[in-house]
Design a binder for this molecule. Structure first.
Ligand code: OOB
Length: 575
């Protein structure tokens, strides 16, 4: 038996179509998680109202020239909720949110939650190909984007999206228009026809109820790192996500005095909820947003706003460590630096306290659910060498060998998990679900881990074929598909290569068809397909053929492993 709700209308979004149930947790598990007090039927809309009532004048969100109190954030969320509904959106409709680290991001998602609308998160680096894929998969009816950010014109993307996906009826643009001084655009774009988000802030949201949702409803769709093929959509409920916020805030010691710096893109699950900006607001603290992760912008904000905690990926931590001593900034308010998204080496981990004067907290998590933390008062040995232990006593962990049998204690194996905040299925994706979940509901993480005697996990590697480039996950298959559609590419295999700075970089092996394309042209061409920049191969190697086995057949996975080994061998020989 599985719980019938939560339900989402099928991709297509029209409310007239029959909703199809997303099977999330079986009833007996759901009952257990409720009885344990994990799921409390809290909703985002209601808790924001509670916080705003309890401490209206406390600062909540700071970014650019905006400083909003809890009352102001609540008012803006209400106004946006009213504005979205007045425009014709209906509870349950999906809305693509494509915003950088600006206060509008937080108001928009809180407004959507309040109205019972479902945000679908995209990263600022995503381009038309990814956005169209998310729009298609979620059946989104609306798109909210910045006018421009980091030199990219999102209004042009919005136009293209509507041309390709007629279902996306509504577009709202946040921030200065592309022709406003200060907005960064290459050429002078045509004036866009889209309504401004700022106009919605004028709506009267006082009649909108604090929450249109139940705890068990799907609150939003997060995107997967995309280990095989294109990203999948991850349905998270109010109950399960708020549980992680409450426990993350407790484990990370957040309270009203916490000042969290959003340095990584806050659409990502890590700075969103582990404990991230949502955990900080849940705890009544304040969120400071940096439009760019670069150390200089971040250090200035740390000094000015007395930031106490932030979350970084390992390459960014490395930059912080290198630049902090000579920055001339007072970073003395920092109490904890969280690092996750990719493996942190013990050597770098050791430098955190002496250089930044803060406690390191390792975070090993995934948008599908499971999050592990080292605890702030753990012995150094665990903080430096492990990626932490799970949030919940009800997180079930399996470590299995290649045949699916549990490994001996302390041995390395494949990590599978289920629990009160790990999804049981992707949104509307039966084939991915069949691969990623066992029959009894465990999620196959694709990570290879070992467990220490203390119950902490050490990430050893992964089984899947994705590239973890500075915490951004790139699917080899997705990039191969793009390369294969180039007229001068006969075959392509994309592999990860260890990289001192990025952790891993991507290398594309190409068998040319006829004349070899120039690597720079190939990169330009793949970028022009409208994909995130971080997915463009870092390195291109031309080969005449792929070595094949005697049987003349070799799996893609084995081929990638073979090519990767060859490249590493050549690099070793050349060194
Ligand atoms: C986080 O989420 P995703 O969904 O972008 O990526 C999840 C994958 C994990 O399966 C693992 O392969 C890798 O990223 N990963 C780590 C790691 N944290 C994540 N690998 C080694 N060490 C770590 N500390 O990346 C994410 C979500 C929530 C919190 C933190 C990270």
């Amino acid at each position: 038996m599985t719980t019938a709700p939560p339900t989402l209308a099928p991709a297509g979004g029209a409310s007239a179509e029959p909703p199809h149930p997303i099977q999330i947790w079986p009833d007996d598990f759901a009952a257990r998680y409720r009885a344990a007090g994990h799921w409390r039927n809290e909703t985002f809309g209601a808790w924001l109202r509670e916080r705003a009532t309890a401490h209206p004048d406390r600062p909540a969100v700071i970014g650019g020239d905006q400083r909003w109190t809890y009352a102001e954030l609540d008012r803006r969320a209400g106004a946006l909720a009213a504005g979205f509904l007045d425009a014709g959106l209906q509870p349950g409709d999906r809305v693509l949110v494509h915003l950088p680290n600006v206060p509008d991001f937080i108001a928009v998602v809180m407004g959507l939650f309040r109205a019972g609308l479902i945000p679908v998160y995209a990263l600022p680096a995503h381009r038309i190909t990814e956005i169209e894929h998310f729009a298609q998969g979620s059946g989104a009816r609306a798109y909210v984007a910045a006018a421009a950010h980091a030199g990219f014109d999102y209004t042009a993307l919005a136009r293209e999206l509507q041309a390709r996906q007629a279902r996306v009826e509504h577009v709202w643009i946040a921030g200065p228009t592309a022709s406003t001084p200060g907005a960064t655009t290459a050429a002078e774009p045509a004036a866009d026809p889209f309504p401004r988000l700022s106009a919605l802030y004028a709506a009267d949201g006082s009649a909108v109820p604090a929450s249109a949702s139940q705890g068990s409803d799907v609150a939003f769709l997060q995107i997967s790192g995309g280990s095989t093929g294109l990203s999948k959509l991850i349905p998270r409920t109010h109950d399960d996500y708020i549980y992680t916020l409450r426990e993350s805030a407790r484990i990370c010691g957040l309270d009203a005095d916490t000042v969290f710096l959003g340095a990584l893109p806050i659409a990502h699950n890590f700075p969103m909820s582990s404990p991230g900006f949502l955990g900080t607001l849940y705890a009544g603290g304040r969120v400071v947003l940096s439009p760019s992760p670069d150390p200089e912008s971040c250090f200035a904000l740390v000094e000015r706003e007395r930031v106490t905690v932030t979350s970084l990926v390992p390459p960014l931590l490395l930059q912080w460590l290198d630049r902090a001593p000579a920055s001339g900034r007072d970073l003395g308010s920092l109490r904890a630096i969280q690092v996750g998204g990719a493996k942190l080496s013990a050597e770098i981990a050791r430098r955190v306290r002496p250089t930044l004067g803060a406690t390191l907290q390792q975070v090993f998590g995934m948008a599908e659910g499971l999050v592990n933390y080292t605890r702030l008062d753990d012995p150094d040995e665990l903080i430096i060498h492990t990626q932490g232990r799970p949030i919940s006593p009800d997180d079930e962990i399996l470590i299995l060998d290649d045949e699916g049998r549990p490994v001996e204690p302390g041995q390395t194996g494949h990590l599978l998990t289920r629990g009160p905040y790990t999804i049981r299925a992707y949104h509307d994706n039966p084939s991915a679900n069949a691969r990623a979940f066992t029959e009894d509901g465990y999620y196959r993480t694709g990570d290879v881990v070992r467990m220490t005697p203390e119950g902490y996990l050490e990430v050893q590697g992964r089984a899947g074929d994705h590239i973890n480039r500075a915490g951004e996950k790139i699917s080899a298959e997705e990039i191969e598909d793009h390369l294969l559609s180039h007229p001068q590419v006969f075959d392509a295999a994309v592999v990860s290569v260890p990289d001192e700075y990025l952790g891993e970089r991507s290398c594309a092996f190409i068998i040319p068809k006829g004349d070899r394309p120039r690597p720079a042209d190939l990169k330009r061409w793949i970028r022009a397909r409208g994909i995130a920049d971080f997915k463009v191969p870092d390195q291109i190697v031309f080969v005449d053929a792929f070595a094949s086995t005697a049987a003349m057949k070799i799996s893609r996975k084995a081929l990638r492993a073979q090519l990767r080994a060859q490249l590493l061998e050549q690099e070793r020989a050349a060194a």
